[in-house]
Design a protein around this ligand. Structure first.
Ligand SMILES: Cc1ncc(COP(=O)(O)O)c(C=O)c1O
Length: 464
């Protein structure tokens, strides 16, 4: 068995409270200082992150300190935030503390975490972080859940068309397949598999491809903000503007941008945006959100619902004012029974972590690392890079393939020989199989350089 996969007890360094960027949750509860239920940054929080004015993207002493906030083993280079973002120690501790409290003292847990005030406070903070109104955001379990609600939510008739692309993740594509099979809507695919899209010459090449797919029957355009395959940042703003001018709804799969980019959903002009908190935002597993614009909330039905309908509760009895007003916001997408509200604690802690560094600084750092890796890979003979050099079309993901090298074999070799963890994205339907590295703040500059060197070394080896 691979010894490195067997975790010993946590390294004691990570249990040192001085490393934490938030106050001790249980201590605060015991001391009665946790009043309104919101666990957030307070004046008493220990400032453990260095001054963010130092956060120039190439300031290694600053970013090494940030990378050291993660529990990742020192011998491991983690470059797969695009699938799952490991939490920094402050977020991990917040989650552990909340689980502990739920089991130690149910009443305090209910008073402080498992309640509506806490969720509202988290929603408010998250809405500010991603750039939308608090009433427009619902906490979900993941991106997929938001994509399902967004796909099935708007009313449509048989024959109405839904545009999507063949570089969508199955989380976006499969709900469309299902809706079309059940209800007779028509899937219209934008073919992004052609070489002209890898990388595209300019954003307009992509906008044109979407425009050509629109017909008078188009009701919904579903698209990724960042493709999981080639890392391309799609010109979402332009596409949504075009769609809006034709009365077409837009649903954006935002699995990657929250936490990676300085996101401002309102400025994208989309109607719905499904995002993840457990990837680049670094919150606990099973965290995401769905944004539905205020002016289309009424048109987007929840998929899974236990709230009042048309102002009525059970047996035709009037619902309470509070229930009715909640059901008029995006909270209606959350009304589906018990959930693990404690998970919201990790969103709160992850937002604190990001806010203390600053999202612009994080985006600049991710772009710096990505550009460094991309230009290193470009020097390797036979290496094709799918990620664009145009700032508008790229961010923290780099996708590449080495001629004659099986992407899976490369992944395995990087892990076995160097403890570098990347992934390959295989999409056999469109003959796509490439390696993908996620460059986020847990990666040190030296690790990025060592990664390029390791790929170069492997590329030189004679292949069987
Ligand atoms: C573009 C894209 N959309 C959706 C998903 C699914 O995300 P989640 O696990 O949050 O549902 C992924 C996962 O990797 C993805 O890359």
């Amino acid at each position: 068995m691979d010894q490195l996969l067997v975790r010993p007890d946590l390294d004691a360094r990570y249990e040192d409270p001085a490393r934490l960027s938030r106050r001790d949750f249980l201590g605060a509860v015991a001391a009665g200082t946790l009043s309104a239920g919101l666990i957030s940054e307070s004046a008493t929080a220990k400032p453990v992150l260095p001054d963010s004015a130092m956060a120039a993207p190439d300031n290694d002493s600053y970013w090494n300190h940030i990378a050291d906030q993660f529990l990742i083993r020192p011998d491991v280079t983690y470059m797969n935030t695009g699938t799952r973002g490991p939490s920094p120690v402050a977020v991990y501790r917040a989650q552990i503390d909340s689980i502990k409290l739920a089991n130690q003292d149910r009443l305090s847990y209910a008073a402080h975490v498992y309640n509506a005030d806490f969720k509202s406070a988290v929603r408010l903070k998250l809405a500010k972080f991603v750039g939308c109104k608090p009433g427009e955001i619902a906490l979900t379990n993941n991106t997929t859940e938001g994509m399902v609600t967004g796909t099935f939510g708007p009313d449509m008739k048989p024959g109405d068309e839904i545009i999507y692309t063949n570089h969508d993740h199955s989380s976006g594509g499969q709900p469309i397949n299902l809706r079309c099979a059940r209800q007779g809507t028509i899937p219209v695919m934008v073919d992004l598999s052609a070489p002209q899209f890898h990388p595209p010459r300019s954003p307009s090449v992509i906008v044109d491809a979407f425009e050509q797919a629109i017909t008078p029957r188009t009701r919904l355009i579903s698209l990724c903000h960042v493709n999981y395959t080639d890392g391309c940042v799609l010109p979402v703003e332009e596409i949504c503007k075009m769609a809006r001018s034709k009365g077409i709804l837009t649903l954006v799969d935002g699995a990657h941008p929250p936490g990676m980019m300085d996101l401002d959903i309102a400025s994208l002009g989309c109607d719905m945006y499904a995002g993840a908190c457990h990837k680049w935002m670094l919150a606990g597993q099973l965290t995401g959100f769905l944004m539905v614009r205020e002016d289309v909330l009424e048109r987007v039905w929840p998929s899974n619902y236990s709230g009042p309908v048309n102002g009525l509760s059970l047996y035709g009895k009037p619902a309470s004012d509070a229930q009715v007003s909640r059901a008029q916001t995006a909270e209606k997408y959350e009304m589906h029974g018990s959930t693990n509200y404690g998970i919201g604690v990790t969103i709160d802690a992850a937002l604190n972590f990001h806010n203390r560094i600053g999202q612009q600084a994080i985006e600049r750092r991710d772009r710096f690392l990505m550009a460094r890796v991309r230009s290193g890979l470009q020097e390797i003979p036979g290496c094709q890079i799918y990620s664009s050099e145009d700032e508008r079309l790229c961010a923290g993901l780099v996708s590449f393939k080495i001629k004659g090298v099986d992407p899976v074999a490369l992944n395995e070799a990087l892990w076995a020989r160097h403890r570098i963890y990347i992934r390959n994205v295989s999409h056999p339907e469109i003959n796509w199989n490439a390696n993908r590295a996620s460059l986020h703040i847990m990666v040190k500059t030296k690790q990025a350089d060592d990664f390029v060197a390791a790929v170069a070394e492997y590329a030189k080896k004679p292949k069987r």
